[in-house]
Ligand binder design. Structure first.
Ligand SMILES: NC(=O)c1ccc[n+]([C@@H]2O[C@H](COP(=O)([O-])OP(=O)(O)OC[C@H]3O[C@@H](n4cnc5c(N)ncnc54)[C@H](OP(=O)(O)O)[C@@H]3O)[C@@H](O)[C@H]2O)c1
Length: 322
């Protein structure tokens, strides 16, 4: 089979498109024939070495396809069933081994591309809006990179929960897209200082929660946008990691809360995983959640997909097709 492998960390050019032996599933594992794999920012962190993974490894955390073979003791799925998953390494390939408990069945009405596009970013948006800070009517959320993969889904889920959404982004067409997906107000943070605008939009009170995946360039100002006892949800580092931080700042800025969550801890068992994935599929089938696939690349062009994602050129999901 073909796979995209990392032997040395670095820029997109380190990605190697290689021939590998077809892997055999061990007990509790399933071999999935991949129809579409999702590209996520975490893939760039693992490729660059910001997140350390023992090398060599096959990149990719998310895919949809068909069960091709099952190991011993697998009860969750059967050969031939349509499945999708997130948070298991090795998806940039024609086949991947996945722990059986991480697989979810894909409903008939949802294509493999849609399923691959929603698992990681969708379940992230789900836990952020429903659990990390459970949004409710009357809440105002500031969402950075609101026209990105997670961003567009997070806007929609925040609106489903009745919150008001202020979104930031870099371009006019991203702003339009965020509005079309439900954002109440938008700010081009590359042209305008978002802090005074957020203050003005909230009558000086500040927002209840900031969902910040941009990190380095937005973190400090984001803290200033929060109401007293507001919640700072730092969940990514698209512009680079936030430097070391003095907790006393949280006191000085109004007894703020800071959390740095990750998806794996919010899909820690099968019950929680199925609840999140099935909510997403239900909303998609009901026409309440739209998953925007920005572009697809052939698997061998994974490096181009990374370049597109990291150059801020994309609005929504990027897929790789084996
Ligand atoms: N903790 C978790 O559980 C979890 C799970 C999934 C994703 N994430 C994080 O969520 C973030 C979004 O992931 P995604 O896959 O959906 O990507 P994405 O949002 O589609 O792409 C990243 C976006 O970040 C913005 N950005 C701001 N400054 C940037 C810079 N200097 N370089 C590149 N981009 C910059 C860009 O939007 P503008 O052009 O509008 O600024 C860009 O489009 C990532 O930080 C990722 O690590 C975290």
């Amino acid at each position: 089979m073909k796979a995209v492998r990392v032997h040395i960390t670095g820029g997109p050019e380190v990605l190697q498109f290689e021939e590998m032996a077809l892997p055999e599933p061990k007990a509790g594992e399933v071999r999935v024939k991949i129809h579409a794999a999702g590209v996520n920012y975490i893939d760039t962190y693992q490729r660059s070495g910001l997140y350390q993974v023992p090398r060599p490894f096959t990149l990719g955390q998310e895919a949809a396809g068909v069960v091709d073979a099952v190991g011993a003791d697998v009860t969750e799925v059967q050969v031939g069933e349509r499945v999708a998953y997130a948070s298991a390494l090795g998806a940039y390939a024609e086949y991947a081994l996945v722990p059986a408990w991480r697989l979810v069945h894909v409903p008939e009405e949802i294509t493999a591309a849609q399923a691959a596009a929603v698992m990681l970013q969708g379940m992230t948006a789900h836990y952020l809006a429903c659990d990390t800070f459970p949004l409710k009517p009357g809440d105002t959320a500031l969402i950075h990179a609101a026209a990105g993969g997670v961003g567009l889904l997070l806007i929609q889920i925040a609106k489903l929960r009745g919150a008001r959404v202020i979104g930031t982004m870099s371009t006019e067409d991203k702003a339009l897209l965020a509005k079309q997906n439900g954002a109440d107000e938008v700010i081009l943070y590359t042209e305008t200082d978002f802090e005074p605008v957020v203050k003005q939009l909230t009558d000086g009170k500040g927002v209840d929660v900031v969902y910040d995946s941009v990190g380095k360039t937005t973190f400090d100002k984001s803290l200033n946008c929060l109401r007293p006892r507001g919640v700072m949800v730092l969940f990514g580092a698209s512009s680079g990691p936030v430097p070391s931080f003095d907790p006393q700042v949280l006191n000085a800025k109004g007894s703020l809360f800071l959390t740095r969550p990750m998806l794996a801890h919010y899909t820690a068992n099968r019950t929680e995983l199925l609840q999140r994935a099935n909510d997403l599929f239900d909303w998609m089938r009901a026409g309440k959640l739209h998953v925007r696939i920005d572009r697809t690349f052939p698997l061998y062009a994974a490096a181009d997909a990374h370049r597109a994602l990291q150059s801020r050129a994309t609005k929504g999901k990027i897929l790789l097709i084996p």
